[in-house]
Design a protein around this ligand. Structure first.
Ligand code: PGA
Length: 256
């Protein structure tokens, strides 16, 4: 069977602190890129650094992404950054709906607007969803279903090829590898998400859409999550700031 692409998305969040440190980190990560053939690497640095880092790379083995964009394509929105702006400085992707942005006020409708604006500008989307907690009564499933249904409202089937879904349970973010979600639970949730997608579109489209896992992915748990979690890759936070650790995750993706 033909192996599918494995996505590894690095979410640097608001780190590192200076452009000098960001360049150093990027140059370390860049060294890993030529070894990739089956893995799609996307680096999402702070937007303030994106343009400078883009200048340090001319190859095709990695792409850049923004961590967020504004809901509107343009206008008087002090402090905000538009999809067209991030595209113009080299972002092929943007994260949308990250729980840290949702906690600042982004609603499901805002996430849908951002998704549409990004696609309209030709920026591919890494759409984050994830429950705050897991309850025994399965309430988290309706929560996830609602996040997906609203995010994909008015998104045409033809646009799905420009969307990657990243399942990030909020309770598993920013912990250690031991606290990440168990691969079997990831698998179960991914199946559920694909079922929701197939209800919105069709089975073929639902199966074709890449679904990533995020939440304390580290070198030690990457292999099990990839083999048993039923995912097409990872969204990596803190481990993407440590080149050796991140290198192991990339090597795992490459041999998956
Ligand atoms: P983490 O972050 O890998 O540090 O848990 C993931 C994320 O928030 O995207």
């Amino acid at each position: 069977m033909k192996k599918g692409v494995v996505y590894v998305v690095a979410n640097w969040k608001m780190k590192p602190g200076t452009i000098g440190e960001a360049k150093k980190l990027f140059l370390d990560v860049k060294k890993l890129a030529p070894r990739l053939s089956n893995t799609k690497l996307v680096i999402c640095p702070p937007v303030a650094f994106l343009s400078e880092l883009r200048k340090l790379y001319a190859g095709t083995k990695l792409d850049f992404g923004a961590q967020d964009i504004h809901t509107e394509p343009k206008g008087s929105y002090t402090g905000e950054v538009s999809a067209a702006m991030v595209k113009s400085i080299g972002a092929a992707y943007t994260i949308v709906g990250h729980s840290e942005q949702r906690s600042l006020g982004d609603t499901n409708d805002d996430v849908n607007k951002k998704l549409r604006v990004a696609l309209g500008e030709g920026v591919r989307v890494i759409l984050c969803i994830g429950e705050r907690e897991r309850d025994n009564s399965g309430g988290y499933l309706s929560f996830l279903s609602e996040e997906v249904r609203v995010a994909f409202k008015d998104i045409a089937r033809k646009d799905l090829r420009n969307i990657i879904l990243a399942y990030e349970p909020i309770w598993a973010i920013g912990k250690t590898g031991k606290d990440a979600m168990q691969p079997s639970d990831v698998h179960e949730t991914v199946l559920f998400l694909r079922k929701v997608l197939s209800e919105l579109y069709d089975k073929k489209s639902a199966l074709a859409l890449p679904v990533l896992y995020g939440g304390s992915v580290e070198a030690e748990n990457a292999e099990a999550l990839l083999k048993e979690g039923g995912v097409n890759g990872f969204l990596v936070g803190h481990a993407s700031l440590v080149p050796t650790e991140f290198g192991t995750i990339l090597a795992t993706a490459e041999t998956a």
